[in-house]
Design a protein around this ligand. Structure first.
Ligand code: ATP
Ligand code: MG
Length: 353
């Protein structure tokens, strides 16, 4: 029996509604596999926890998490009770940084039966590799005054090591996919960091002669994401550009409610963390209409990460079938509730076995 120890952090808002659904699905995967076990330990770390303890997680929180094979997270943030910069930094960013989850991967693809709002795309299937540790999201900078005038200075950090490892990851991934990497740049406008980024990309492309490469400026790339997503395979992007592109990716799929993501620790020292693209969605909490597919597809990425790719593929084909049938929540044009969608996915998994 192969056992995976998973730390589940449902977090805030609809995270609490969709994480249990994905856990149900994973227990169904155990049944059909027969030799696989997922042991979940749940942690209540959230904005509500903060109200009681004045911190998002206990002092030994990271120590505790370290021992797990993976972290399965719902959503963090409830700005009505805790400011986002506290909840996000103390929990999400804290885990990402300390566990060296330096890569963020987010796939987006077309599904039969799902009409996208922004485009009417061909069959697209792309994945964004986002540098997750440095870049534009840095704490370097400050505020200065020129007389009465306040000036904010924000520095972006691009190290050779950080840039290279994101690009290596993208090239390796592309080898097992469509063998093409697109680099998101803006070297015609950003003076220092982007020409550097382009140089590293050029060096790495020489190491992967079998992978086709292209570079696009982020503005044109964002437009092409909407008008011809089928022309992309693997995209490598800095922290900020990747963040923006993946929200567009979710939108062209049809809804942020189905978009999955993974924060990957590549040196094997710490667990990776799996969390959907969407947030806590306070506007729909408690209504039973949160789309569970983002969280369930995220569970598929966790299965793949464990090397259980056969189980991962089966889970994705169950998701495909359910979308094709139209048993989906309102955000993607259906009438089903959160639990009805999950029930249908579970039925589909059992049927296909
Ligand atoms: P964050 O700052 O955490 O990214 P956000 O406020 O930017 O959060 P979300 O919480 O993802 O964004 O919500 C954006 C919109 O998408 C909201 O209208 C929300 O209801 C909707 N939404 C998000 N997730 C889902 C879901 N799983 N099912 C249905 N609708 C969703
Ligand atoms: Mg957001």
């Amino acid at each position: 029996m192969k056992t995976y120890e998973i730390a589940a952090i449902p977090g805030d808002g609809i995270g609490k509604e969709v994480v249990p659904e994905a856990v149900r699905v994973l227990h169904e995967m155990e049944k059909i596999h027969g030799d696989l076990k997922f042991e979940f330990t749940e942690f209540p770390w959230s904005s509500e926890y903060y109200l009681e303890h004045e911190q998002m997680m206990p002092d030994d929180g990271l120590e505790t998490l370290k021992t797990f094979d993976a972290i399965f997270l719902g959503a963090v943030g409830n700005p009505e009770i805790v400011p986002d910069h506290i909840s996000l930094w103390e929990l999400l960013i804290n885990i990402r940084r300390n566990f060296e989850q330096v890569i963020n991967i987010r796939p987006a693809r077309a599904f039969q039966g799902l009409r996208s709002k922004l485009a009417n795309p061909e069959d697209f299937d792309l994945i964004v590799v986002r540098e997750n540790s440095e870049g534009e999201y840095s704490e370097v900078g400050g505020t200065i005054y020129q007389g009465e005038e306040k000036i904010a200075i924000q520095n972006a950090i691009f190290s050779r090591k950080g840039t290279e490892r994101a690009m290596h990851y993208a090239f390796e991934l592309a080898k097992s996919r469509g063998k093409k990497v697109t680099s998101a740049t803006k070297s015609n406008g950003i003076y220092h960091s982007m020409p550097f980024w382009d140089g590293v990309f050029h060096d790495l492309s020489n190491q992967y002669p079998d992978v086709e490469t292209e570079q696009m400026h982020i503005d044109a790339l964002a437009a092409s994401f909407v008008t011809k997503p089928e022309s992309f395979d693997t995209i490598v992007a800095s922290n900020l550009f990747g963040d923006i592109l993946t929200d567009i990716g979710a939108a062209i799929m049809g809804s942020v409610g189905i978009a999955p993501a993974a924060n990957i620790n590549i040196n094997g020292k710490y667990p990776s963390m799996f969390e959907p693209v969407h947030g806590s969605a306070p506007d729909i909490v408690g209504k039973g209409i949160a789309n569970p597919i983002g969280q369930i597809w995220t569970a598929k990425m966790m299965l793949d990460h464990f090397g259980e790719t056969d189980m991962g593929d089966r889970l994705l084909s169950a998701i495909e079938a359910v979308i094709r049938k139209g048993v989906v929540t309102t955000d993607i044009g259906g009438k089903a509730t959160t639990t009805e969608v999950t029930d249908e996915i579970i039925r589909q998994i059992a049927e296909e076995t």
